[in-house]
Design a protein around this ligand. Structure first.
Ligand SMILES: Cc1ncc(COP(=O)(O)O)c(C=O)c1O
Length: 391
């Protein structure tokens, strides 16, 4: 057989170890076991009803044709309005590209800004599915640790020390998955200033920005003096519970956005019109749906924390933002995967060990708040019972 491309060969075709426990749990649940799965980060709400109705209406209007490569004008305008409100700064259509989800936006923007021979800086632990995206681009990744004792916030000195001649970008997930850390404006500005000093792109995945618990979230688009280098990725997957719609975007300086647009044209030749229409309807609510989702997650967070605080040998970490709670299990003396597998066997709760998201995630497991209140509280009770048993 003729050979595959270097890009394809950079990708691993082994199952991602990050999902091992989740996979075992899912198989056992499918086989009929009563397992509560908290190991995946998908919102439990259905999408807004007006959005679902718009899919039918849009198809009935004939919106089933080829579309603008960079996004249809109406949804791009809606994204501009939404992100401008979040950033407190005017975002123009020339800065926006429509992508089928933030994952694809990460792929497209990395392909546009880095390649083999370049390096970028990515704090770890990091969102595991980006591993393959990074490999595809061929970029070398320099990780800096997010230490539990710092609340998983990056240290500016670590970032500075990781810069080398090949470095082209700093990549953040803000707010952070899995750790729930949310950087404040001063921290973000210091990172942005570092990027300006070394002429680096600052690329941030901001998909959890709506779910800020510890104070108002600041988008990297709100920072001063770095308009020519910040790239923000957004999505309706989390805020509007629209994961399967594959509806996301990038916001970038106009010149870079136009470069990425060439890639979009080459690769996607436009995205689905009726999905874009549905997205425009979602965004027309002025943020009401995400606000209600945020309240829901906050209520669940309070209930989970109330169950877990005071448990023996585990320490729940209250997230500053996002959809997840990290639990520090180091006092149990167990490895995170061992903890998760034993918890699954004994209490039928599936949690995600985070060592596979990066070595600084060791000794922790992540639970998702995307589960109805009663199941979530029951799961927290089981986790507590398990931990108390270990102690
Ligand atoms: C940090 C982060 N980025 C991106 C995504 C995927 O977003 P999308 O559905 O828009 O591709 C997820 C999903 O879990 C995520 O946690």
């Amino acid at each position: 057989m003729p050979p595959y491309s270097p890009l394809s060969l950079r990708l691993s075709d082994e199952p991602d170890p990050a999902w091992k426990v989740h996979q075992i749990a899912s198989e056992r649940k499918a086989a009929g076991e009563d397992i509560i799965i908290l190991s995946i980060g998908e919102p439990d709400s259905p999408p807004p009803p007006a959005v679902v109705a718009e899919v039918d209406a849009s198809i009935a209007r004939g919106r089933t044709r080829y579309a603008e490569a960079r996004g249809e004008a109406a949804v791009v305008a809606a994204i501009c309005g939404y992100v401008s409100r979040q950033a407190g700064r005017e975002i123009t259509p020339a800065m926006v590209n429509f992508f089928p989800g933030a994952q694809t936006a990460m792929f497209g923007m990395l392909m546009t800004i880095v390649g083999p021979g370049d390096a970028l800086i990515l704090p770890e632990p990091f969102y595991a599915p980006y591993t393959q995206v990074l490999r595809a681009s061929g970029v070398e990744v320099d990780h800096v640790p997010l230490r539990p004792e710092d609340g998983f916030h990056p240290r500016i000195d670590d970032l500075r020390a990781a810069i080398r001649p090949a470095t082209r970008a700093v990549v953040l997930t803000h707010p952070h998955n899995p750790t729930g850390a949310m950087l404040d404006r001063a921290e973000l500005q210091a990172i942005a200033d570092l990027c300006a000093e070394h002429d680096l792109w600052l690329l941030a995945d901001e998909v959890y920005g709506e779910f800020d618990f510890a104070g108002p979230y600041t988008s990297i688009l709100a920072l001063d003096g770095v308009e020519d280098r910040v790239i923000s990725l957004g999505t309706l997957s989390k805020a509007y519970a629209m994961t399967g719609f594959r509806h996301g975007w990038s916001v970038a300086p106009p010149e870079l956005a136009a470069r990425a647009g060439v890639l979009l044209e080459a690769m996607l030749f436009g995205c689905v019109q009726f999905i874009q229409d549905a997205g425009a309807v979602a965004l027309a609510d002025g943020g009401a749906f995400p606000r209600a989702e945020r309240e829901k997650y906050l209520r669940r967070l309070d209930r989970v924390m109330a169950e877990l605080e005071g448990a023996s040998a585990i320490v729940p970490r209250r997230p500053e933002a996002g959809m997840f709670v990290m639990i520090d299990i180091r006092p149990t003396g167990l490895e995170a995967e061992d903890f998760a597998l034993r918890l699954l066997d004994q209490e039928r709760v599936s949690v995600l060990p985070t060592h596979t998201f990066g070595p600084s995630g060791a000794g922790h497991v992540r639970i998702s708040l995307g589960m109805d209140d009663e199941q979530l509280v029951e799961a927290a009770r089981r986790i507590r019972r398990f931990a108390d048993g270990l102690a």
